[in-house]
Design a binder for this molecule. Sequence first.
Ligand SMILES: Cc1ncc(COP(=O)(O)O)c(C=O)c1O
Length: 496
Amino acid sequence: MIIPLDRHSQKPIYLQIRDYLSRLIRSGKIPAGQKLPSIRVLSESIQVNKLTVIEAYSLLEADGLIYARQGSGYFVNRITSDFTLRSHFAPAQKVIISEGGGSFSEQYIASLQAQQQSDIIDFSSGFPHNSSSNNLQRIAKRAMTKATDTLFKYDFPQGQLLLRQLIAQMLVPQGLEVSPEEIIITTGSEQALSLAMQYYLQPSDWVIVETPTYHGALGILENLGAKVIGIPMTAEGMNLELLEQYLQSHRPKLIYTISTLQNPTGITTSQVHRQKLLALAQEYECLILEDNAYEGLNFEPVPAPIKALDRHNLVTYISTFSKTLMPGLRVGYMVVTGEHYQHLVKQKLLNDLHVSTVSQAIVSEFLGSGNYRRHLSRLRTSNLHSRNVMLQALEHYFPDAIAWTIPKGGLFLWTHLPDHLPIQAICQEALSHNILVANGAVFFPGQGYPAMRLNFCHTPEDIEQGIEILGRLIKNYLTPSFQSFSFKSPELNTAS
Ligand SMILES: Cc1ncc(COP(=O)(O)O)c(C=O)c1O
């Protein structure tokens, strides 16, 4: 194979190879199922280093265009990403002002209990069901052998230097250049959210959130006695006109945003949206808490985080390894610049001294050995396939009245139901058929619209079966014979 390369171009060679092959695959010139030249053959024929070809193939794999077959090489995937049919996410929604309420902890526990039910198809959970554990066991063993001297001691509150260095390196290709001295390792990103919110906020402070948003953050805000302004999400992200209006009228202290693969909608904001959001925060002297919990799970390139644009230490950035490796490791981190850093390290110390050294060693081994990159690449390919299976099932089984988002990564999509549908009853009935979904209500700090968050990381069989049943249930509620009667609806709490 001959690939025209411009060796004087500013565009790196691996990206030129990726883009060239990507065009051929997308246009069907290299058909699905065809084997690509081996790494050795291609590197020799176009006279580049093998690593350059590996880099290009990894990106194509991450884009879902090719897949690796153990021992046989790389093959072209079937492309099923033209889902333009019902991606019209445009719910009519008002700003929600909330001065308390919500019940995250009860919801969380009830959700875990529901997940225990045997034979359940769990579309509700907030982690990938297809993450490989074997690899993890092997890497954990290696980490335990290597890190013996650090495992048996108390450690620094900000976390192990090695892990902070590896995270700093990992963030560079994402456009975020920070020093290890600006990173704090936390017990999951939930703790990072909690530490930051406790530090930045006083009771009764106003805080802006996207609606819908991650209910775990709403729980912390409620616990702190903060007052919440929920700004509606559009298909492009938080509605910035409304944001400005409320920045002016309420002078909030903090904006909480999930800029990439938002939970629960899966929406990623553009570079322009990020710049405008930061400019508004700067103008109204408001801090930003940027939660990027789904970092690395994007099927397509995403803009650099808002934190990368921040020149005034307004943005605190948060992420986690829960969504990519294992929630049980409880390793998250925060990037904090300027004077806030030492204060937050102290908060961390007073909370739980430091994150488990065992967990930190495992994540370091994953990152340092290159296994994390390979693992992410496989996870993305698998997630993309699952997302496509779910989109096809939704097209097939869901009635026309339902709209959904088409996330370019992450773990979930978000379905929006007509306003008159009793979402609680639908979720309850689904559970009686062993289908667990996250009732959208939990993601609003007040009255939202009927919606469900669906985790698509499942086997094609489970997706097909689960979506067929859900589609049937929803259709029943849409038939004219359906009378609006009052449901006995015990609290259904299905999101974690
Ligand atoms: C947006 C977001 N932030 C933070 C978290 C907390 O995750 P963890 O504490 O496991 O890192 C979650 C978990 O679902 C999430 O979705």
